[in-house]
Design a protein around this ligand. Structure first.
Ligand SMILES: [Zn+2]
Ligand SMILES: [Zn+2]
Length: 375
């Protein structure tokens, strides 16, 4: 499995392009007699293993995709594909679930149905939603869904399992101020969208500070801005386009962020006598762990790690589209240590690598979870 993990690392594929990876996954599942369904969400694979007459059914999810970024480390198995890199450890996630599936197919020490969900395109390309839209829950009914992500900073035999919010909603917004362009020397003859945009950017941070409940986490960031031309510094442009992200852990705060950003943009535009277009694109809901299912995950983690399971790990303001599974059935998303961040190489860093020492812990966790959940 270590050799396979390094092979996947050397051959990373972007979201919905995991043709080689999903082919290997499907072959490894079929080899041990697991029934395989391919093509769900384009390159997604679901392996189903039913043992005994138990009626309970669960889904275990691993993501398979890499990121569009260069790998700058000097690993012997570094990416051979330009600008494509497993910088989030999904190579490790794939291998750990495969290892558990193959072990469970041989030992069959449980009673019920387990679906091994190998998801494409987790990194912002909508793989989980594509699988759900293609009928994941209709074809493979399940009572609970489980997810796992590696986490630098925890030891490779250490896990963190916490009920409640784990990852934030991840939505994007865009504001376009439409002024009236004019000569830079004669601003009074136009309507200056640049000044309006500057006011908006200053005021946007009052949304979290002054409008959201101080006890509710939220993030609003402006991350892109386009206006004017540096070859024409005597021209006030017509339009200024600004885009950013919004994060929350509850549906109520998410709704509020959508409303507040738009209201502020409209207010600023009115103040400056210009117009504005506003759009808010809902991408990923928050990942919120169900209490009962999380208790089952915690029991499994306690069985396999040689140390206490971390139960007060802080939530992350990143997002994960496992949320689309957790929105359909009760879910639990847990963290598995990746060891220290070598040279500061955290997720999405060009020198990040999944820690092979974690494979055994992760595979044991999935195995114990199935054997305990489907007793
Ligand atoms: Zn990632
Ligand atoms: Zn990831």
């Amino acid at each position: 499995m270590i050799a396979l993990r390094r092979d996947l690392h050397a051959h990373p594929e972007l979201g919905f392009e995991e043709v080689r990876t999903s082919g290997i996954v499907a072959a490894q599942l079929a080899e041990v007699g697991i029934s395989v369904h391919r093509g769900l969400g384009k390159t997604g694979v679901v392996g189903t293993l039913k043992v005994g007459d138990g009626t309970r059914s669960i889904g275990l999810r691993a993501d398979m995709d890499a990121l569009a970024m260069p790998e700058l480390g000097d690993l012997p198995y570094r990416s051979g594909t330009p600008n494509t890199m497993h910088a989030c450890g999904h190579d490790g996630h794939t291998v750990m679930l495969l290892a558990a599936a193959r072990h469970l197919a041989r030992t069959r020490n449980f009673n019920g149905t387990v679906h091994f969900i190998f998801q494409p395109a987790e990194e912002g390309r909508g793989g989980a939603k594509a699988m759900v839209d293609d009928g994941l829950f209709k074809l493979f009914p399940m009572d609970a869904a489980y997810g796992l992500h590696n986490m630098p900073g925890l030891a490779p035999d250490e896990m963190a399992v916490v009920a409640g919010p784990q990852l934030a909603s991840s939505d994007s917004w865009e504001v376009v101020f439409h002024g009236v362009g004019t000569h830079g020397a004669k601003p009074h003859l136009g309507r200056d969208a640049v000044t309006a945009a500057a006011q908006f950017l200053t005021a946007i941070h009052t949304i979290v500070a002054r409008r959201i409940d101080p006890l509710q986490p939220a993030v609003v960031s402006a991350c892109a801005i386009t206006a004017g031309d540096f070859n024409a510094l005597n021209v006030i442009p017509d339009d200024v386009r600004i885009g950013g992200t919004a994060r929350a852990y509850s549906a109520a705060v998410r709704d509020q962020l959508e409303a507040e950003i738009g209201q502020l943009a409209q207010g600023v535009a009115a103040t400056f006598g210009i117009t504005v277009d506003y759009s808010f694109k809902r991408r990923i809901p928050p990942v919120v762990n169900d209490a009962d299912v999380t208790r089952r995950a915690l029991l499994a983690a306690q069985t396999v790690t040689g140390r206490p399971v971390v139960t007060d790990f802080p939530p992350s303001t990143a997002g994960d589209d496992f949320a689309f599974l957790g929105a359909e059935v009760p879910g639990a998303y847990v963290w598995l240590g990746n060891g220290p961040a070598v040279d500061g190489a955290l997720h999405h860093n060009s020198r990040y690598d999944f820690n092979d020492e974690a494979i055994l812990t992760g595979a044991r966790y999935w195995t114990a979870l199935v054997e305990q959940e489907l007793r």
